[in-house]
Design a protein around this ligand. Structure first.
Ligand SMILES: Cc1cc2nc3c(=O)[nH]c(=O)nc-3n(C[C@H](O)[C@H](O)[C@H](O)COP(=O)(O)O)c2cc1C
Length: 223
C-alpha cells in the first residue's frame, strides 16, 4: 500500500475469504495501530472481542440458528434513521442490488437473498470475527470516536494485507452474543467485523460501491 490515499481508494468490503488464518501478532498490530485513532478527551471508547477457531464457530452456529428461527429482538440502539428518507433508501438499495447482482441473485429471489443475509452470521466464513462494543453510558460523540477506531481497524488491516467487512447485522442478535461471550450489561453490542484474506476470485468481492458527488455533501466558503 503506497499511500494512505491509495488505501482509502482501494478499501472495499470483502464478503468471501480464503481458508487461511491470520496470525495473532498481525491482529495485535492492527488493533494497536488503529487505537491511535483520535477520540474526544482521549476517552478511547469501545472494546473489541476477537474470535477465531471454536469460539467463532460456536457463536456463528448460534447466530445462524437464531436467524433461521427469526429470533430477533428489539435493537439496543438505532443504526439507521426511522423512517429512512427516500434518498438514503435509494443508496441502501443500490448497494444491496450491486451485491445480489454480483452473485446472480435476482431481485425477487427471496431464498437467495436470505441465504446471502445468513452469511453475515457466519462472518462470511472469515477466519477472524470481531464483536465491537461500547459502554452503554456513552454519548453520541463517543459513537463517533468508535467509528474512527473502526475505520482505523479497516485501514490498518489493509496495511497488513488483511481484508475486512463490517457486520452491523450482528447487533440484531445482541442477547445471543452477550450470552455466548459473557459481555456485561453495561456494554452495547454495536457491530461485528470479519477479517481475513479475501478470495480474489469471488464475485461478491469484485464490485465497487459508488459515492455521492462532492457537491452533495460538502459546501465551501471563502475559497
Ligand atoms: C459498521 C458497518 C456495518 C456494516 N454492516 C454490514 C452488514 O451487516 N452486512 C454487509 O454485507 N455489509 C455491511 N457493511 C458494509 C457496507 O455495506 C459497506 O461498507 C458499504 O456498502 C460501502 O461499500 P465498501 O465498504 O465496499 O466501500 C457494514 C459496514 C460498516 C462500516
Amino acid at each position: 500500500m503506497s499511500t494512505l490515499f491509495d488505501a482509502l481508494q482501494q478499501r472495499r468490503s470483502t464478503r468471501r475469504f480464503l481458508n487461511r488464518s491470520v496470525e495473532q501478532s498481525t491482529l495485535e498490530r492492527i488493533l494497536t495501530s488503529a487505537r491511535r485513532a483520535p477520540s474526544g478527551a482521549n476517552l478511547q471508547p469501545g472494546f473489541v472481542h476477537m474470535l477465531a477457531g471454536d469460539p467463532l464457530a460456536q457463536l456463528s452456529e448460534r447466530l445462524c440458528m437464531a436467524f433461521e428461527q427469526s429470533d430477533t429482538h428489539p435493537e439496543e440502539y438505532d443504526y439507521f434513521p426511522q423512517p429512512m428518507p427516500a434518498y438514503l433508501k435509494a443508496r441502501q438499495r443500490e448497494v444491496g442490488y450491486a451485491l445480489y447482482n454480483s452473485l446472480g441473485i435476482a431481485r425477487r429471489d427471496i431464498p437467495g437473498r436470505l441465504a446471502q443475509h445468513r452469511r453475515n452470521f457466519q462472518f462470511f466464513d472469515a477466519p477472524v470475527g470481531l464483536v465491537i462494543t461500547i459502554e452503554r453510558a456513552m454519548g453520541k460523540g463517543c459513537y463517533m470516536d468508535l467509528g474512527m477506531f473502526i475505520q482505523s481497524i479497516f485501514l490498518a488491516a489493509q496495511g497488513e494485507g488483511v481484508d475486512s467487512c463490517g457486520i452491523g447485522a450482528l447487533a440484531s442478535y445482541h442477547h445471543i452474543i452477550r450470552d455466548q461471550l459473557d459481555i456485561p450489561d453495561n456494554e452495547v453490542i454495536v457491530c461485528g467485523m470479519a477479517l481475513g484474506y479475501g478470495d480474489p476470485q469471488a464475485p461478491e468481492n469484485q464490485f465497487e460501491t459508488p459515492r455521492a458527488p462532492l457537491d452533495e455533501y460538502a459546501r465551501f466558503f471563502g475559497f
